[in-house]
Write a protein that binds this ligand. Sequence first.
Ligand code: SF4
Ligand code: SF4
Length: 82
Amino acid sequence: ALMITDECINCDVCEPECPNDAIYMGEEIYEIDPHKCTECVGHFDEPQCVQVCPVACIPTNPAHVETRETLWQKFERLAAEK
Ligand code: SF4
Ligand code: SF4
């Protein structure tokens, strides 16, 4: 999963781009739910939030480093829940 750092300027552009609805407004800045973020695996070749973020504040979440296979399994689980 990816995460949003405190460099976020709350520009609002990433939230509507997320295919998994993983991005939400937190207490001060936008946040990413690691249980919903597939790093866009299953939807796009590149993380859409990273593509649009003007300040490049969306790195990999060090507490949620995942393989492509794990991300794919998460995509399938989320798809089954829909
Ligand atoms: Fe959403 Fe993709 Fe960004 Fe993860 S990488 S938060 S799934 S847009
Ligand atoms: Fe914050 Fe970047 Fe999302 Fe804008 S695109 S709200 S700066 S994380």
